[in-house]
Ligand binder design. Structure first.
Ligand SMILES: [Zn+2]
Length: 344
């Protein structure tokens, strides 16, 4: 950039810096300050809940394919970033409504063993509490249901055809195929093939936590357990009775651990396609103190019984990429509301 000689001399004399360097420093400080002001403005009186699944340097095929994994170094970076830019609360704080400005909560779903082996040491290093929403079915040895249906959809052409044929004609087929996999449908397919897929699914999914892992962390004051249904079925494909039974049976197993808190995250996390409003009411009426979805938005109503969560992935490994992920869906929603108002 060209600077007149007079300005160059003035900047050098006044600030002791070459003009070009001064401008660069001024701009980066201004942008940094502006960014801080904008963040403080948008995040004041909000609760940002993050959701993770797998933290591993050697993720399974399933975690890789569905972007469920964050490598250890990136996870360490993200947790440090969250700790510096938010006020991290514990699940106990949430239940007792101790929610400061710019609050954040760290959550995990599904019960991968990597939570206990890899994530927990990093969380402890940063003094960050977390809650992991567990399905006691596969912790206790039954096949990991989402792993099974995803495995079959990915690997078996005949299964894909079988599911497609079972989709009602009126359905617009906008959902991923595995979200049509009810228990009846999958069980009758497996019966027909006469094959057992358990070994393949275990390899496809990777290590799941054991009851020993749960016992080992149950008295850790930084660790809390929550409910994610007994077997991670798709709630939208369940009757009220089936949903309630799965929720209560899972709660019965989880109550054996002192760090269990009656909070619930919906398997698959997407309202509409994976679960519906009456099911949220049913879970809340059955004892859950908070219910979590995963559509990626910041919570502006911090005392709401239903809270949304944002997934951070291996892609979010710089401040800009984390902020982008944090604000992406919330801004989109805001713009959506604006355009609706202008239209109407
Ligand atoms: Zn899940």
């Amino acid at each position: 950039m060209f600077f007149p000689v007079k300005i160059k001399a003035y900047v050098k004399e006044r600030f002791g810096l070459p003009a070009r360097k001064f401008l660069k420093l001024f701009l980066s400080n201004s942008v940094g300050l502006l960014f801080r002001i904008v963040n403080n403005l948008f995040l004041a009186k909000t609760l940002t809940v993050f959701v993770y699944h797998d933290v591993s340097d050697n993720p399974s095929e399933c975690s890789r394919t569905y972007n469920l994994n964050v490598p250890l170094e990136v996870f360490n970076y993200q947790i440090n970033f969250i700790r510096k830019n938010f006020n991290v609360i514990s699940p106990a704080d949430l239940l007792e409504s101790r929610i400061p400005s710019k609050a954040a909560l760290i959550t995990f779903d599904d019960g991968f063993q990597s939570y206990f082996k890899n994530a927990l040491p990093i969380l402890e290093k940063h003094n960050v509490p977390s809650i992991i929403f567990l399905n006691m079915g596969h912790i206790r040895g039954t096949v990991f249901w989402p792993g099974l249906i995803i495995y079959l959809c990915e690997k078996r052409k005949d299964f894909r055809e079988y599911v497609k044929n079972a989709i009602p004609v009126k359905d617009n087929k906008m959902k991923p195929l595995f979200l049509y996999c009810s228990r009846n449908l999958v069980d009758s397919y497996i019966e027909r093939t006469g094959e057992s897929f358990e070994g393949n699914v275990a390899e496809f999914v990777g290590e799941i936590a054991t009851e020993e892992d749960l016992i080992g962390a149950a008295e850790n004051p930084m660790v809390f357990y929550g409910n994610h249904l007994l077997n991670h079925d798709i709630p939208a494909l369940m009757s009220d009775e089936e949903l309630l039974k799965s929720y209560l049976q899972n709660a019965d197993f989880l109550k054996r651990y002192l760090n269990y808190r009656d909070m619930f995250s919906f398997p698959f996390g997407q309202p509409g396609t994976c679960y519906n409003e009456p099911q949220v009411r049913l879970i809340l009426e059955s004892g859950a103190k908070k219910v979590f979805s995963s559509t990626g938005r910041i919570n502006r109503n911090i005392s709401s019984l239903c809270l949304d969560r944002i997934a951070l992935t291996s892609f979010n490994e710089s401040p800009a990429k984390i902020w982008f992920q944090v604000f992406r869906k919330s801004f989109r929603k805001r713009l959506g509301i604006l355009s609706k108002e202008f239209n109407g």
